[in-house]
Design a protein around this ligand. Structure first.
Ligand SMILES: Cc1cc2nc3c(=O)[nH]c(=O)nc-3n(C[C@H](O)[C@H](O)[C@H](O)COP(=O)(O)O)c2cc1C
Length: 341
C-alpha cells in the first residue's frame, strides 16, 4: 500500500501528522512518534504570551530584589530589568530553536514548527524568521484572536489575519500553514480567501482550552482537555465542503481518534490529518494501529494509494451534496439516509 501524501509540498510517508501539543515538546517525544510511524510532527507552539508572562514574573521578582532601580526612568540605555525581560525572551526562543535543530538531527520525518503571538505583534515575523533559520521544514501559525474585543469591527479583525500572513510569507521561504478555528462570521468564504494568500496549508480546525465551573468551590476550572471521537463531525463537514474550493492543502484536525476517522477525512478531501488527544489517551504505540486500519481498509476496497480515494466523498463529488449543508432536523431528509428527525 502506498500511504504517501504531499502536504504543503512536503513528502509525507503517510498522512498522519502528530499535532502541536506536549507530545511534541521534546526531542525524545518526537523520536518516539517517528519510531511509531508518524508521517510528520508539529512541534508544541512557541507562545509569545507565555514568554510575556514569564518575563513579567521575572521582572516583578527583580523589582523586589532591587528596589533601588528606577524602572520607568529610561535614559536611552537598556536598564537591567528591561534586559532581564529580554533575556527571558531570548532563552525561550533559543530553547525552541534547539528543539527544532535537535529534532531535525534525530528524525527523518518533516518537522513543522508552530507559533502563536499577540495579534498586533511584530514578533510573528521575527519568530518565523528565527525558526526557519533553525531548520524547520515548515511553519504552522496557530492563529486565533478570540472574538471578545468589542472595540474592533469584524472586518478589522479579519484583516489582521491577512496582514500577518502577508508579512510572514514575504519574509520566509519555508511553507506556511495556518491553523484556524471555525469562529468566523462567514466561514466558507473566509477559508477560501485565506487559501488564496501565499500560505500552503490550512488546518481545520484548532480546538481550544475552554473554561468550566466548579459549582462547589465557585472556581473556574479547565473543561475537557481532550477531544472525543464525536467532535470529528465539524472538521469532517468543512473538509468535505472546502476540499475543491481552496487553493492550498488541507489538514484535518480535531476528533480523529482511530483509523476510520483518518479514512473519512481522506475521503472528504484532506491531504493530511493531525492527531493529538487519541495519542494522549492511548499512548504513542497507538499510531501503528491507526496505520494498520488504514492499510487494511485500503486492501479490502482495492485502493493501492491514498490518491485512489482522496476526496471521493467531498461535497463536490458526492451525490448527496445537500446533506453537507443540512443543519436542521427536517422531515424532508428523513427517508433519505438513516436520519432521525
Ligand atoms: C495538551 C494539549 C496541548 C496542546 N497544545 C497546543 C499548542 O501548543 N499549539 C496548538 O496549535 N495546538 C495545541 N493543542 C491543540 C491540538 O494541536 C489539536 O488541535 C487539538 O487537540 C485537536 O486535535 P485532537 O482532537 O486530535 O486532540 C493542544 C492540545 C492538547 C490536548
Amino acid at each position: 500500500m502506498d500511504l504517501s501524501t504531499s502536504y504543503m509540498g512536503l513528502s509525507l510517508k503517510n498522512p498522519i501528522i502528530v499535532g502541536s501539543s506536549g507530545l511534541t515538546s521534546t526531542v525524545k517525544g518526537v523520536q518516539k512518534l517517528a519510531e511509531n510511524g508518524a508521517g510528520a510532527v508539529v512541534l508544541k507552539s512557541l507562545f509569545q504570551e507565555e514568554i510575556f508572562f514569564e518575563s513579567e514574573d521575572y521582572i516583578k521578582e527583580m523589582k523586589k530584589q532591587h528596589p533601588e532601580i528606577k524602572f520607568f526612568d529610561y535614559d536611552g540605555r537598556k536598564n537591567p530589568i528591561e534586559f532581564y525581560g529580554y533575556k527571558v525572551r531570548e532563552d525561550n526562543l533559543n530553547n525552541y530553536k534547539s528543539l527544532i535543530s535537535d529534532c531535525k538531527d534525530s528524525v527523518a520525518i518533516p518537522v513543522i514548527a508552530s507559533i502563536n503571538c499577540f495579534y498586533d505583534s511584530l514578533e510573528w515575523t521575527v519568530f518565523a524568521n528565527e525558526l526557519e533559520q533553525a531548520g524547520a521544514d515548515a511553519l504552522e501559525l496557530n492563529m486565533f484572536f478570540p472574538p471578545t474585543d468589542f472595540s474592533k469591527t469584524r472586518k478589522e479583525k479579519e484583516a489582521i489575519y491577512f496582514e500577518i500572513i502577508d508579512k510572514i510569507t514575504e519574509e520566509v521561504t519555508i511553507p506556511i500553514a495556518l491553523k484556524i478555528s471555525y469562529y468566523f462570521t462567514d466561514l466558507g468564504p473566509m477559508i477560501q480567501k485565506l487559501s488564496e494568500t501565499k500560505i500552503k496549508g490550512l488546518v481545520l480546525f484548532n480546538r481550544f482550552f475552554s473554561p468550566d465551573f466548579d459549582i462547589n468551590k465557585l472556581e473556574v476550572v479547565p473543561s475537557y482537555v481532550f477531544s472525543t471521537p464525536e467532535e470529528l463531525s465539524i472538521s469532517l463537514r468543512w473538509i468535505a465542503i472546502m476540499a475543491n474550493k481552496v487553493s492550498c492543502d488541507l489538514a484535518a484536525s480535531t476528533g480523529i481518534h482511530d483509523g476510520e476517522a483518518v479514512i473519512k477525512q481522506i475521503l472528504a478531501g484532506a491531504d493530511a490529518v493531525q492527531i493529538v488527544s487519541a495519542l494522549y489517551r492511548n499512548g504513542k504505540g497507538y499510531l501503528p494501529k491507526i496505520l494498520n486500519k488504514l492499510e487494511s481498509w485500503m486492501k479490502t476496497r482495492g485502493f493501492k494509494k491514498l490518491y485512489d480515494f482522496k476526496g471521493k466523498m467531498s461535497q463536490e463529488r458526492s451525490e448527496d451534496s445537500k446533506l453537507y449543508e443540512r443543519t436542521q432536523f427536517m422531515r424532508y431528509f428523513a427517508g433519505k439516509k438513516n436520519v432521525i428527525t
